[in-house]
Design a binder for this molecule. Structure first.
Ligand code: ZN
Length: 212
């Protein structure tokens, strides 16, 4: 039972790489913004994700670097009800080459009222991908480097979680928090890596990262 619960909760955090047409008022805001900032795009961060982004920036050197990567990329960062939906089971998504011409980070709006630091953990996972693209470019990944990037992203989220919640967050109120506690506290780093690699290899859905 415990193993099944672990697999389910880890899977919830898998990042998806999707390119969809955004809809709703947020999209028109984006277009308006883009037309006025052609050469120097500025980030467009949903109000509900600005505090989580600040917690990342203030969490230490690694968090500061990743938060700066998000901002300097000109990324659009918003909830699913502001941008576009995610596949079932995903709580976060990242599109490096969206129709908007900038990276897009999407967070499940079911988590809109979650602890800002829990949202921060989702953002720092996605933001690690933004940072990696800035370093490595947008060329197609062989599976090995894709797994490497996922390990980077999960690792950054776990380190951030340990900074925000030394000893773990209690009580946990959603599966993302339970998973981060599990990866950060219950398992050794080696066990956590093994679990992430196994999940990315065996359980990824079509269209998700590391399933090519
Ligand atoms: Zn990822």
């Amino acid at each position: 039972m415990r193993k099944l619960l672990t697999i389910t909760s880890v899977f919830m955090l898998l990042l998806v790489s999707v390119v969809m047409v955004p809809a709703g008022t947020y999209a028109s805001d984006v277009e308006e913004h883009a037309s006025g900032q052609v050469n120097t795009p500025a980030p467009l961060i949903s109000p509900g994700l600005q505090l989580p982004l600040s917690t990342i920036a203030n969490s230490g050197v690694e968090g500061s670097i990743i938060a700066n990567a998000i901002v300097s990329s000109g990324a659009v960062v918003g909830f699913t009800d502001e941008l576009f939906p995610l596949p079932p089971g995903a709580v976060g998504g990242f599109s490096p080459t969206s129709v908007l011409g900038v990276p897009v980070i999407v967070v499940d709006s079911a988590y809109r009222n979650a602890d800002p630091r829990t949202l921060g953990a989702i953002l720092i996972h996605e933001g690690t991908h933004v940072r990696d693209i800035g370093i490595l470019g947008k060329s197609d990944d062989p599976p090995y480097s894709c797994l490497g990037r996922e390990l980077d992203a999960f690792g950054a989220a776990v380190r951030y979680w340990n900074t925000e919640f030394p000893g773990g967050k209690f009580p946990v109120v959603n599966s993302v928090e339970a998973q981060l506690n599990d990866l950060a506290l219950i398992r050794t780093p080696q066990e956590a890596v093994q679990e992430i690699v196994q999940l990315l290899t065996l359980y990824a859905l079509p269209g998700q990262e590391c399933n090519r």
